[in-house]
Design a binder for this molecule. Sequence first.
Ligand code: BGC
Length: 440
Amino acid sequence: MKQILNYIDKSFNVPPRDLKMIIREFHSQMHKGLSGKTSSLKMLPAYVDRPSGREKGRFIALDLGGTNLRVLELELKGKGQIRLIAERKFVLQKTHISTNAESLFDFIAGSVKNFIRAQKIGDDKKIALGFTFSFPMKQTGVASGKLIHWTKGFSAKGVVGKDIVKLLKYSLLKKGLVNIRVAALTNDTVGTLVARAYKDQACDIGVILGTGTNACYRERVAQIRKFKDKRAHATHMLVNIEWGGFNKLERLPYDLELDALSTNPGEQVLEKMVSGMYLGEIARIILKDLIKRKILFAAGGCFSFNAKDNFKTEYMSEIEGDRSKGLRGVARALKRLGVSRATLEDKILVRKICKVVSMRAARVSAGSLAAVVTKMDPHLLRKHTVAIDGTVYEKYPGFARNIRVALRELFGRKNSRIRITLTKDGSGRGAAIIAAVATK
Ligand code: BGC
């Protein structure tokens, strides 16, 4: 028993030496990606720079990337101010995300139609739309880009390799929505950075730590060697790193088992160690193993840990957040999985497993973030604002603090030059701002 627990402790630990290794490998992969060489970091030009904060007008934003589709109407007032006029969520069904392009994009267009009718926006009124599509895409302009591959469990056929804006336009036309102009296509990290930069010009990194994970940052166009159509006037451009694909991390048997059961084996190595879609699953696989070895719940087995995705990241949050004496929150979470007779030792052990899994995730995120900052500013001479969004960062107990601890280990007092700001709903607001920049 001691042996296996020691192994888990040790193998999930990310000491400062490993953080530094992540930074080195990240830099090397970033350089390769920017030069168009084979790399696990795609480094995708976003065809947009930070906004000025003076953009104005009314826009529709569409946000697709996780469990819901959102449609918003927003008014940009200039001077960094934005008014949310209306917002609606539409729940994506399994059929939408896993059948084909038509089923997905007709659903999106149908949702836009519902929204526009409810908002009483007439057919005669032209309106620009910004689309946040939170998957890796190779953009060819601010309003065009092809999906490279799906992530986060999406698998609709006939979308990979296709222009996302064309697919959307086609479905919008089918629904008779001729007055909508798709003016911008963007990733959620870019949207988040842009939303924050609209009122804070020090913002140069956008991060998502939610269902999936990724980051973007501001790069000199001259450094993006593979980017051929250099616009004469642009000196900087945002680059979508797609850091979820980073694959220079040591994978444990638990990671390999998770990967084999996923919809995209071999891909998104970092994402599968860090993001909300997977943390619960890693913990489930370890707990299942401990149950099999009779180290956990020895008083009576529990089979619900055998089924994929049964242990949710939300349960981990609840378990780690439990400060009660008898660990009543842990007991509650376990009850949902049919465990009613957990001993105090069982509960302590379950909590410990959640902790090692989430701690590794936070430290790998911190190492990655440190790599992006030092790519721009190797000696941390300037201040950087990181706009961040996502349930893992926002809601997981201790996650934000653990990131900060790791940054302090790496940079000492200079860590305070990295300001991390929770930027809620950047993906909606950012899409509207980019649409404004594009229609100017
Ligand atoms: C996608 C990214 C996205 C991230 C956060 C990842 O799975 O590949 O494009 O930014 O999730 O939503």
